[in-house]
Every structure is written in C-alpha cells, then in structure tokens.
Design a protein around this ligand. Structure first.
Ligand SMILES: Cc1cc2nc3c(=O)[nH]c(=O)nc-3n(C[C@H](O)[C@H](O)[C@H](O)COP(=O)(O)OP(=O)(O)OC[C@H]3O[C@@H](n4cnc5c(N)ncnc54)[C@H](O)[C@@H]3O)c2cc1C
Length: 497
C-alpha cells in the first residue's frame, strides 16, 4: 500500500471515510469495490482503536439472548458463517465449555436452554451442534477447573478471530480496489460550503504537515471518538455514543483446553477464559468511561476483578504478576442509552448530521460487513449485490513443504506464513525468492523471518515498532519479545526513511 499524502490532496473523492477501525476499513473496501473513488484516513495505526482490543470473537453473542435481542444474535450468527468462509486463516471455529456451579446466578437449565436457542437461531449457519454435559463430562473436558459444587455444563461453538489482521485485510482489500488509504493522518476540522461538509482539513501526524481534502460524501467511523467528531462538525451536537471500557489479561500459558464462558460471582456479568496464541485471554470488564478515548488504560482494579473471578474457577493456578504477559484496554462505542453498561444493546445506527456527514454509531465487530454494506447502499441509494471476499481469503493449493522447496524455507516457517497471511503468503515468499537473505529467521517461536518485517513496512503500511509487534505480527501477545526482534524491526523502519 502506498501512503501518498500528495495524492490525497489532489484527488476529488466520492467518499471520504474517517477512522481506520473495522467499520471504516470495510466501508472503504466495499465502496471501492463498487467503483467509488474512496479515501480512508486513520489518525493512528489501522485497528489501533477498539478493533484490536476485542475479545477476538466472531460470535452471535449468546449473552444477548438474555436481553431478548434475537434479531441481533440471528444477524451476527449469519455473519459468523460468512466470515468463517471468507477469512478461514483469521476466523476459526472455537468450542466453548460453560461449567455451571450450584448457586450460580444462571442455573444449569438456563444455560442449556440458552445454547439450544442459540443453535436454533443459527439454523444452517450453526458451526457444530451444542451438547449438554454431566458434571463428569465437564471434568473430563476441563480437568483443571474447580470441581467442588460443579453441577454440570454445556459445550457450544462460536468462532475466534485475529481482530487487528482482519481489519488490516479489509484495508488491503480497499487498496486493491483502488481506495487511497493512509494511517497516521488525523482529521482536524471540516470544510463547509452552505452548511454542507465538502471536505476536511487533516494533519499528517508523521511529518506534521497540514493539508485539505475534498469529497462528495463523508462518513465518520471513529467508534469511541464519535462524540468528538460530532462536536467538530457542530459544537453543540448531542453525544450519540456511550463508551464502556473493557480490559483483557493475556495470561502466560494455556489455562484451559477449551474456551470457557464463566459467570462472575460479584455481579451478573459473564467473562471468558480463551486459549489464544499459545497463551490465555481473560476478559472482559464492562464499565462506563467518560474521559478522552486517547487516555483509556488498564487500571489495577480491572485486573484484580478478572484475576479474582478467574481464580475462583482455577483455585490452584498462580495468578501473580509474573504470569501476566500483557494487558490491554479498549472502549466499546455503544449507541447512547441508559441502564447498566453490560445491558446496552450492541446494535448500530447511522446518523446523518445536517452537514451531510454520516456517523456510524454502535455495533460490534462481528457484524462489520453488514454495517459497511448497508452504509454504502445508503450513500449510493442502491442495494449492492457483489460477493464479499477479503484480501488473503483465497484457496491455498499447495502444501507448506511444496512452497518451502520453491523458496528455500522449511515447512514450519511457510505454514506460519499461511496461517497469518492466508492465500497471500505468496507475497512474502516472493520477497524471499528475490532476496534470499530475507528468509533468515529472527524468531523461532513463533517462526518469523525478515521478509515479514519488510512486508509489514512496504505492503502493510506499518510505521512504528508497535505497529509491527502488536498489530502485524502479534508478537507481544506470544511471549517476551527478544532484543534481536526489536533490533531487526528498528533496522527495517530506519532503512525506509
Ligand atoms: C473490550 C471489548 C471487547 C469486545 N469484544 C468483541 C468481540 O469479541 N466480538 C465482537 O464482535 N465485538 C467485540 N467488541 C466490539 C468491537 O471491538 C467494536 O464494535 C469495533 O471494533 C468498533 O470498530 P470501529 O471501527 O467502529 O471503531 P475503532 O476500531 O475504534 O476505530 C475507530 C478509529 O477511528 C480513528 N480516529 C478517531 N478520530 C479520528 C480522526 N479525527 N481522524 C482520523 N481517525 C480518527 C481511531 O484512531 C480508531 O482507530 C469488543 C469491544 C471491546 C472494547
């Protein structure tokens, strides 16, 4: 991808999308595929907002059944099925065990009814049928959990994703259809003519340069920053988004064999313990947050809450700070409404301001394609019928060993490229074929070769060490990052300048 600020300035766009999280990326992708001249601006890195801070689930959201949001769950289950097909390298089926204890706020019969309903709603989009479990069956599946008071459980199926990369794949897809995309460009104000927004003033965060851009239509997909953008458009605008904070802990090592859905004892919330990147993801919290979205961070009390609840189910496990590999905090950009934070609906809406700017408000990651397609339909006033596909989601027609022989790499390295890049692993292999020194490994677990760093910078528009460690290769969630890896990344970034 080519980050060309001069081109952004010179082109008159049909559509300017502000915010490079999953919603902005997919709107840019679908609009470009429908032959619109599209620009996508992101003030940080792509997916650096909520879209890399999720629980990494492409799911119907079993807990929304409690709120009787059957339409949202149905829609999400349909989208889950589509995402499993279009991005098989990034979205994978995941079994969930729900152990239920005597005295739990949600008794066993309720859980059993819940998963039955979930599967019925999924219909032909079901991943695999759920199953009721006896106490002994739960213990056989998850021998590490507390057995005292265990009543039984259920197993059901959802999907796990790599949120940062799925967002990036949509940006890459947008670029492949001709959209002009740039990260580290912040929109600072709107240009208006007769009260209508006709463009923006923006700042290239990397160079400090300010410039103007023109577009027939502007869409804001800034998620948790929506209230800020609304006020940038009209100082007296009413807030439309309620931001609630959710944090996750990345615990060293795999705590459980399956993903676990657990009810907290201290409130009625549920939380997950999920095998993730060789470690375990524990989350999440859900608390109102009113400060600037830029300042969101993990507080000790958030960590204490999750550790306390996880320790209840795994009383024998050490949860000391040495076991916590990483933590991260994100904000849910929910449609503004009252009530307790975890009861607020995950539905989305489009708000068209008097200036003509469309604000996408609310939603969840899982339904991003639908949110984007509906948004583009709205702009074009015609329903698009194109098939949805993403950058690396094509079929892989050779084995890792075969591809490895061609490029001089071992099968394990090529397999890890296939897992990360899907059908575009060949892009990275081509770099090695043209310069064999790029085949050198800089890490063994997981295998990482120099070509991936070059690819992250040249093709995936990575600008900083963190872009690569957190969102291109996810290395900070796998284990301590070695000095060798950091030095190799710094050297690639330096050479680019
Ligand atoms: C803790 C947590 C767990 C979640 N778990 C799940 C889950 O498991 N499954 C699921 O389906 N959903 C989940 N969600 C919800 C999901 O993550 C969000 O709904 C989704 O990521 C929102 O995407 P977005 O593109 O609207 O916002 P974001 O990803 O936040 O993107 C908005 C972008 O706009 C940019 N921006 C802001 N201001 C400007 C400006 N002036 N100029 C340019 N760019 C700007 C920001 O930098 C940001 O990158 C979770 C959310 C949280 C917080």
């Amino acid at each position: 991808m080519n980050r060309d600020i001069g081109r952004l300035e010179k082109t008159a766009y049909d559509l300017l999308v502000i915010g490079g999280g999953i919603n902005g990326a997919s709107i840019a992708h679908i609009a470009a595929k429908r032959k619109m001249r599209v620009a996508l601006l992101e003030k940080g890195d792509f997916a650096s907002g909520a879209s890399s801070k999720s629980t990494k689930l492409i799911h119907g959201g079993i807990r929304y059944l409690e709120n009787l949001e059957f339409d949202l769950v149905y829609e999400s289950l349909k989208e889950r099925s589509l995402q499993l097909k279009v991005a098989p390298h990034l979205v994978k089926p995941l079994p969930f065990v729900i152990p239920v204890y005597k005295g739990d706020k949600r008794p066993l019969w309720m859980m059993r009814l819940g998963v039955l309903l979930y599967d019925l709603l999924a219909g032909r989009h079901r991943v695999q049928p759920h199953k009721d479990l006896t106490r002994e069956e739960v213990i056989a599946l998850e021998p590490g959990i507390k057995q005292e008071g265990l009543a039984g459980g259920v197993i059901y199926y959802d999907a796990q994703m790599d949120d940062a990369r799925l967002c990036l794949e949509n940006v890459l897809s947008a670029d492949s259809f001709g959209a002009h995309v740039a990260n580290y460009v912040k929109v600072t104000s709107f240009i208006k003519e007769n009260g209508r927004a006709v463009g923006v003033r923006a700042k290239d965060v990397l160079s400090g340069r300010e410039f103007e851009m023109r577009a027939g239509k502007i869409v804001s997909t800034v998620g948790p920053w929506t209230n800020e953008l609304l006020r940038l458009d009209s100082p007296g605008a009413k807030k439309k988004v309620r931001t609630t904070k959710g944090i996750h802990i990345v615990f060293k090592g795999q705590i459980s064999r399956h993903a676990l859905l657990l009810g907290s004892q201290s409130d009625r919330r549920i939380f997950f313990v999920i095998p993730w990147m060789g470690n375990s993801l524990i989350g999440t919290t859900d608390t109102d947050y009113i400060a600037s979205p830029d300042a969101v961070k993990v507080e000790q009390e958030d960590v204490d809450y999750l550790v306390r609840e996880a320790r209840r189910v795994f009383p024998d496990l050490p949860f000391g700070p040495e076991k916590i590999l990483a933590t991260f905090a994100g904000l849910r950009p929910l449609v503004r409404q009252g009530g307790s934070a975890n009861k607020v609906s995950r539905k989305h809406l489009y708000y068209e301001a008097p200036s003509g700017i469309i604000f996408v408000v609310g939603g969840k990651y899982t339904t991003y394609r639908k949110v984007a397609a509906d948004c583009v339909d709205r702009i074009r006033r015609v329903r698009g019928k194109e098939a949805f596909s993403i950058y690396g989601g094509g079929a892989i027609t050779e084995t890792a060993e075969e591809a490895g022989r061609r490029s001089g790499l071992d099968g394990a390295t090529v397999q890890s490229l296939m897992d990360l890049y899907g059908s575009r692993y060949g892009d990275v292999l081509k770099l090695v074929e043209s310069d064999p020194s790029l085949g050198e490994r800089i890490s063994d677990d997981p295998p990482v070769i120099k070509a991936q760093l070059a690819y992250a910078v040249r093709t995936e528009m990575a600008q900083t060490v963190e872009d690569i460690l957190a969102r291109r290769l996810s290395l900070i969630f796998r284990g301590p990052v070695s000095e060798r890896v950091r030095a190799a990344i710094s050297s690639v970034l330096l050479k680019r300048q």
